[in-house]
Design a protein around this ligand. Structure first.
Ligand SMILES: [Zn+2]
Length: 266
């Protein structure tokens, strides 16, 4: 009996030491995933501008360091163990290129000089997010994309038709992703060759995953971002499965802090 108690107590102690002391010391990258801002609506995809700004202020005050994609890619390429400036790297990402990101998020990013990546579903530029069942919103035009400072806002790929890549053939994925890249070239919108999976959808089998990675390499994609609610540790296990923390307008500031610190809510 005494051995069981010692074993259980020891396991709990070790898990706590790992979570609170060892894990936070590891070189890491937190990628935050946002969608929309709206002054009077909060839901899973939507934060108020105040919520968003409060989060940025807390990240700054807590000495998290905002990084750009270029730095993330350089670190991944070098397979270095850490960023030059410690372990508290944070990359902000916004999916879908909503007009509300320019209207509400961009002024706050400029005010605090915080960089972010916008992932663009290119067939919808200048249209609306018609794939959404409710609260479909206007999506930025290529002219509006170019009004933002390239020092702060980088653009990445979010497929052409906002399709779930878990449900497409490899040939369909190649066609869609090629169209996405060609659209940005044609519109002369500069972009970083990184991809965010729409709906977080990825192939399930290892064969299709390898085929997808082949398409990524063929088209020059350097990194891909999924949803996962985990912190990434260096060196990355799989650069095409970089995890993001999904930031919800329905969660409190305390929830946000816990997600950033631990990658998930307990
Ligand atoms: Zn999306």
């Amino acid at each position: 009996m005494i051995f069981v108690v010692i074993f259980v107590f020891g396991s709990v102690l070790l898990a706590s030491v790992w979570r609170w002391f060892v894990q936070p010391m590891r070189p890491s990258l937190r990628v935050l995933m946002y969608h929309k801002l709206h002054p009077s609506r909060q839901d899973a995809l939507t934060l108020t501008p105040k919520q968003f700004e409060d989060q940025l202020v807390w990240l700054k005050e807590t000495n998290y360091r905002f990084v750009r994609l270029a730095e993330v890619l350089a670190t991944a390429d070098a397979q270095e163990n850490t960023f030059s400036d410690g372990r508290r790297a944070v990359l902000l990402t916004f999916d879908d290129g909503f007009l509300s990101n320019l209207t509400w998020a961009y002024p706050i990013l400029v005010k605090h000089q915080v960089p972010a990546v916008f992932f663009l579903p290119t067939a919808f530029l200048g249209k609306s997010s018609s794939w959404e069942l409710q609260n479909a919103e206007a999506i930025l035009t290529s002219a509006q994309l170019k009004t933002m400072s390239p020092l702060l806002i980088e653009f990445g790929l979010h497929s052409h038709q906002h399709l779930n890549y878990g449900k497409l053939t490899t040939a369909q994925i190649r066609d869609d992703l090629s169209a996405c890249i060609q659209t940005l070239h044609a519109a002369q919108v500069p972009f970083v060759p990184v991809f965010a999976y729409p709906f977080g959808g990825r192939p399930k089998s290892s064969k299709k995953t390898e085929e997808l990675y082949g398409v990524f390499r063929e088209l020059g994609i350097k990194m891909a971002f999924r949803i996962g609610n985990r912190i990434n540790y260096w060196p990355l296990a799989d650069r095409f499965q970089t995890q993001r923390l999904d930031i919800r307008g329905t969660e409190s500031m305390e929830d946000f802090k816990q997600k950033v610190r631990h990658g998930k809510l307990f």
